[in-house]
Design a protein around this ligand. Sequence first.
Ligand code: XMP
Length: 325
Amino acid sequence: DWTTGNVIEEQIEAIRAQVGDRRAICGLSGGVDSAVAAALVQKAIGPQLTCVYVDHGLMRQGETEQVEKDFVAATGVQLKVVDAQERFLTALAGVSDPEEKRKIIGREFIRVFEQAQAEIVAEAPGDQPVEFLVQGTLYPDVVESGGGSGTANIKSHHNVGGLPEDLEFQLIEPLRKLFKDEVRMVGQELGLPDEIVQRQPFPGPGLGIRIVGEVTRERLDLLREADAIAREELTAAGLDRDIWQCPVVLLADVRSVGVQGDGRTYGHPIVLRPVSSEDAMTADWTRMPYDVLARISTRITNEVRDVNRVVLDVTSKPPGTIEWE
Ligand code: XMP
């Protein structure tokens, strides 16, 4: 009979048997799956695990701190944070094409991760070798990719925050038999903060694919502010459970005329994309209360510089994807 307690006990035994006295690394993305997988492995092998968090500068407000502070406090995990913000910005300079952005972010991520991994191995000479890689693969991922196991070749498109494909690691995949809601229960049982366990889906390439146009530091800061306001109001209105996710998108290549304060402005629109969905394969736009939309719109246009318009995306999927890029 299935209980989160049983799952945790069973996995801890299995991980210990698999790893012995060798070492493992785990990439944290800020998402639920990698966080729960890491917490489980930490519980099983403690200091033999090192986690890596690549700060690509494309996260939302507060998310990096959640990993650095709250996750570490809750688990006691050894964490190596790599500040790669400059590197990602430089690589993305001048690029507007969505696929190009995704490729660049994925490529840079792998390079930074490999470098971090090499450093972890080098920092502990004479220690046990690092032979294992922890992955937050869930049951639906296993089914989707044909049930294969044992290699680091994961489905590509939805796992940019995931992994190098050519590394010689054995995988530890403690969530392989679980569905998302079960993973959340396990995370809760392991004492992870709600902000991580209940987090809505967020793409690996982060805010990089929510800026229509070139990604710059100024635009990222602006979008982070708008996104934080939208999330704050959605949470305050108690809508987090009703909405699958609500991408907030900056149309950086578009300007429109507005009137704010003393005069005419020529600013950018922000798009709200609240969707309802079961699995992200299909989705409908969420019929949100008008007063919540009004609050978000008023606050964003008042508080975020260079934004003078908020628009609502009323497209289902298909034909629109959830993300704009
Ligand atoms: P789309 O835009 O394809 O998104 O309707 C479906 C779901 O996947 C998320 N998404 C991603 N997640 N890496 C991820 O980890 C990605 O590259 C990526 N692209 C889209 C999206 O947020 C939605 O939940």
